[in-house]
Design a protein around this ligand. Structure first.
Ligand code: NAD
Ligand code: 022
Ligand code: ZN
Length: 369
């Protein structure tokens, strides 16, 4: 069949909207009509050429929602008409990682996903007879996609696609980091570094569990109002505090935070986040993805005295199990996604979505097909 897609033909070039060919689903795969997709920094990181795993030509996009229109042989958990969210972290429920119950990093299809192909080693996309690669197993910048059954979450049918597509990335990552990675408890004191889409979702996760103090740290004072709406109790601008940011934060939390979250991807901020934790038990969660090759540092004394450094991919959420629950939380009014979707565009204007993100004007721009 044919599908309309925004194709990345090479690094650093704008996406081109073209009709490409899409093969139907093979065994264990499903065909999905994508209804909406978010545009994320990670898509741009790959497009910029800086991503060592980035391969071209490819169809980017990893925050989608849509409807199953066909299923391949042997598919048992999905059927035509199901509303779904494709997952960049699959959940096979059979590999060592899934069975461990200790991580959400399913390894069943990691190798092929990283190479931009389906589990059988080939791509379903073609343009002028030449293969076009998949991206993160999702490629939601295409109107129709093929995805492995184990990388698709079935969600309720009354959930709006243009909102729940963002659950796939920022919402689950931020809220999950609080609930599943930090396992933060009511009454805790927390500091959130970086108040972009991820930071705002960490803040609403902290509000959800009943945190006592939620301090937001951002160089951009324009982030304050929205963060307050999501539950931030104190705002700190590092540019105003200067070199003594860590002691200032330790003082503000009465000895250090129970939990801190890096939502910037900046390794210097990661160090500040660890050192602003309470001696003896404070835990710092790294969510931000640093540039390839970057390194973090601190004095071992920081860990010897009981601070804990942790990281999280996709908030520790198990895709097929947890994503439908988060959709329910949104539908029941427990979490706010509407205010995070600041812009909507048709596919033809997807490149403008990247501009809005860089200018800091959007939290999330969503493309509707
Ligand atoms: P964003 O650019 O919208 O937000 C980042 C914020 O950090 C901005 O408001 C910026 O002003 C602020 N900031 C930058 N430098 C700072 C500094 N030195 N001190 C304080 N604040 C500073 O980005 P986002 O969409 O919120 O994503 C944040 C990070 O999370 C990115 O690195 C992204 O790749 C990562 N991420 C990780 C996962 C995961 O599973 N681990 C999932 C999604 C996103
Ligand atoms: C999504 N991310 C950031 C913004 N939007 C993002 C990027 C990478 C990861 C998570 C979220 C991530 C963390 C750890 C891994 N990835 C490795 C997982 C593993 O090795 O099992 C990651 C993932 C997918 C891909 C690359 C890196 C990929 O499909 N190319 C989950
Ligand atoms: Zn993303």
């Amino acid at each position: 069949m044919k599908t309309r897609a925004a194709v990345a033909f090479a690094a650093q070039k704008p996406l081109e909207i073209v009709e490409i060919d899409l093969d139907g689903p093979k065994a264990g795969e499903v065909l999905i009509e994508v209804k909406a997709t978010g545009i994320c920094h990670t898509d741009y990181y790959t497009l910029s050429g800086a991503d060592p795993e980035g391969l071209f030509p490819c169809v980017l996009g990893h925050e989608g929602a849509g409807i199953v229109v066909d299923v391949g042989l042997g598919v048992t958990t999905l059927k035509k008409g199901d509303h779904v969210i494709p997952l960049y972290t699959p959940e096979c429920r059979q590999c060592k990682s899934c069975l461990s119950r200790k991580t959400n990093l399913c390894t069943a299809i990691r190798a092929t996903q990283g190479k931009g192909v389906m589990p059988d080693g080939t791509s379903r996309f073609k343009c002028d007879g030449e293969p076009v690669l998949h991206y993160m197993g999702t490629s939601t910048f295409s109107n129709f996609i093929v995805a492995p059954e184990i990388a698709v979450a079935k969600i309720r049918e009354d959930a709006p696609f243009d909102k729940v597509c963002y659950i796939r990335c920022g919402v689950t990552t931020g809220i999950g980091a609080v609930i599943w990675t930090a396992k933060a408890e009511a009454g805790c004191r927390a500091i959130v570094f970086g108040l972009g889409g991820i930071g705002l979702n960490v803040i609403q996760g902290l509000r959800l569990i009943g945190a006592e103090q939620i301090i937001g740290v951002d160089l951009n004072p324009g982030k304050k109002a929205m963060a307050e709406k999501f539950g931030m109790t104190h705002f700190v601008n590092p540019a105003e505090v200067g070199a003594d940011l860590v002691p200032y934060l330790v003082d503000l939390t009465g000895g250090g935070a129970d939990y801190t979250f890096d939502c910037t991807g900046n390794v210097n901020v990661m160090r500040q986040a660890l050192e602003a934790c309470h001696r003896g038990w404070g835990e710092s969660i790294i969510i931000g993805v640093a540039p390839s090759g970057a390194e973090i540092s601190t004095r071992p004394f920081q860990l010897v005295t009981g601070r804990v450094w942790k990281g999280t991919a996709f908030g520790g959420a198990r895709g097929r199990t947890d994503v439908p629950r988060i959709v329910d939380w949104y539908m029941n009014g427990r979490i706010n996604i509407d205010d995070l979707i600041t812009h909507k565009l048709p596919l033809e204007r997807i490149n403008e979505g990247f501009d809005l993100m860089h200018e800091g004007k959007s939290i999330r721009a969503v493309v509707e097909f």
